[in-house]
Design a protein around this ligand. Structure first.
Ligand code: KIV
Ligand code: ZN
Length: 513
């Protein structure tokens, strides 16, 4: 019988840790619910001790998610483990994920600890975590640059102390597939109690081998892969969930392993994460890139039409990609809308359907045809533009090629409305200047602005993504509308709302152990 590989998603922790990827609590909750629908085994919801915001989002996710384990990261320190325990304890299946570095360079320069001290701390903190929570994962940070014999001792000690999952991270993306497989085999041979824990891998993509290294580890016996949606994560990112999962599914003959993931939720999850985080997916990205299933060359098209498997090793349907049919229009009723939304794979309650139906109707008034991607964009975008302390009430704009642009903006905060007007070099600059005059938010700088259309045609929905920097924080704002000015304003307000929310985060340097 094929082995079942556990899928541990760390989009909300390692993914969120990368610059420009921070998210609102509501956004994290939405992603967590989708990860549950995707059927990931473990959702790493955050790093509870790192900030009050992180603590709250881990707790909210723990209270909400029922079918996946919910984990919080914790350094091998009592205060981190206490915070991870408090934040996850209401979960149906909580997990404390504690870690400490084991490589010579990390122990000497980052931890300033001797190997024996690291070993002792591991023993103590894993036992402490296990005294609080039935599920404890231990990670040996920078494992692939550690001395294998020392690593084997640490892993043995962690399992003895109660870890039921031991993770071997390739923290700096340094290893190569053969070495990774060798290391996992080495641990199976040199850790006497290895059968008492699941062996996990966590690979970064600095040399572009995160997925290959993770899969190589599976061939050597690893039972869990840690990964992120769209491969988000520190620097070049983590192993992409969609790639490891589809590799396992497509090459089950080779890996002799499978997982619990509902692959038909992959595309939707990728779009949702893109919609919230705003980091674009390259068009040629495996599995979820726009070109991943398109056949442009005549020879390929001919082949696929004659027999799909000539050039396709997976079907677009297997990742939940529906043909971009024109679906509904102005005369479509609520019932037809609900049916289509369900066909697209969304599982929404009546209140949500009613809300989106209103938005759909409003869109029908502005746009001749509404496609599946428009509907997906409206649904995925709901939180990024609608939540947060400031809301757009209206804007008025005067602009032209011979006049200075002028924009009046009215915003609402806690039931009160505020209005101001400003000039600018162009309409967007004028609108942003007006918003700047109204909002009380941390000092910020617009670092990037981009726009693209969701579906084709002159009345396409425009999607604007902005990056705002405030000190060390870089946030992404996201806006969607058939009116690109409105989309631009919504994106800016969304970014500001995130900065306002982050205002209370303390900047503890949690990498120092
Ligand atoms: O990359 C890494 O080593 C990590 C650990 C905390 C698991 O993210
Ligand atoms: Zn990592």
């Amino acid at each position: 019988m094929d082995r079942i590989i556990r899928i541990f998603d760390t989009t909300l922790r390692d993914g969120e840790q990368s610059p420009g990827c921070s998210m609102h609590i509501e956004e994290k909750l939405e992603i967590a619910k989708q990860l549950e629908r995707l059927r990931v085994d473990v959702i790493e919801a955050g790093f509870a001790v790192s900030s009050p915001g992180d603590f709250e989002s881990v707790s909210r996710i723990a209270e909400t998610v029922k079918d996946s384990m919910v984990a919080s990261l914790a350094r091998a320190l009592k205060k981190d483990i206490d915070a991870a325990y408090e934040a996850t304890r209401k979960a149906a299946a909580p997990m404390i994920h504690t870690f400490i570095s084991t490589s010579p360079v990390h122990m000497e320069y980052k931890l300033r600890m001797k190997p024996e001290e690291v070993l002792e701390r591991t023993r103590e903190m894993v036992a402490y975590a296990r005294s609080k929570c039935p599920n404890v994962e231990f990670s040996a940070e920078d494992a692939t640059r550690s001395d294998p014999a020392f690593l084997a001792r640490i892993i043995t000690a962690a399992i003895e102390a109660g870890a039921n999952c031991v993770n071997i991270p390739d923290t700096v993306g340094y290893t190569v597939p053969e070495k990774m497989a060798w290391l996992i085999r080495y641990l199976y041979e040199n850790v006497p109690n290895i059968d008492k824990a699941i062996v996990s891998v966590h690979c970064h993509n600095d040399l572009g081998m995160a997925v290959a290294n993770s899969l190589a580890a599976v061939t050597a016996g690893a039972g869990q892969i840690e990964c992120t949606i769209n491969g988000l994560g520190e620097r070049a990112g983590n192993a992409a969930l969609e790639e490891v999962v589809m590799a396992l599914a497509t090459r089950r003959d080779y890996f002799g392993a499978t997982c619990r993931i509902d692959t038909t939720q992959i595309y939707r999850t990728s779009r949702l994460v893109y919609g919230i985080v705003g980091v674009p997916v390259p068009i040629n990205k495996a599995i979820v890139g726009a070109n991943a299933f398109s056949h442009e060359s005549g020879i390929h098209q001919h082949g696929v039409l004659a027999e799909r498997t000539t050039y396709e090793i997976m079907t677009p349907e297997s990742i939940g990609l529906t043909k971009n049919r024109i679906v509904l229009g102005k005369h479509s009723g609520r019932h037809a809308f609900k049916e289509r939304v369900e066909e697209l794979g969304y599982n929404l309650n009546d209140e949500e359907i009613n809300k989106f139906f209103e938005e759909f109707k409003a869109l029908c008034d502005k746009k001749k045809v509404v496609s599946d991607s428009d509907i997906e964009a409206i649904i995925n975008n709901r939180l990024t533009t609608k939540s947060g302390v400031y809301k757009l009430v209206r804007f008025d704009l005067q602009s032209g090629n011979r006049v200075k642009s002028m924009c009046t903006v009215e915003l609402e905060r806690d039931g009160e409305t505020f209005e101001d007007v400003a000039l600018g070099d162009g309409p967007i600059n004028a609108a942003y200047n007006a918003i700047d005059k109204i909002v009380e938010a941390p000092e910020r700088k617009l670092e990037d602005y981009s726009i693209h259309s969701i579906s084709g045609g002159e009345d396409a929905l425009g999607e604007v993504v902005v990056k705002l920097r405030s000190g060390k924080n870089l946030v992404t704002g996201h806006g969607l509308s058939v009116d690109i000015m409105e989309a631009s304003i919504l994106a800016y307000i969304n970014g500001i709302n995130k900065l306002v929310e982050m205002g209370d985060r303390y900047d503890e340097d949690y990498e120092k152990n």
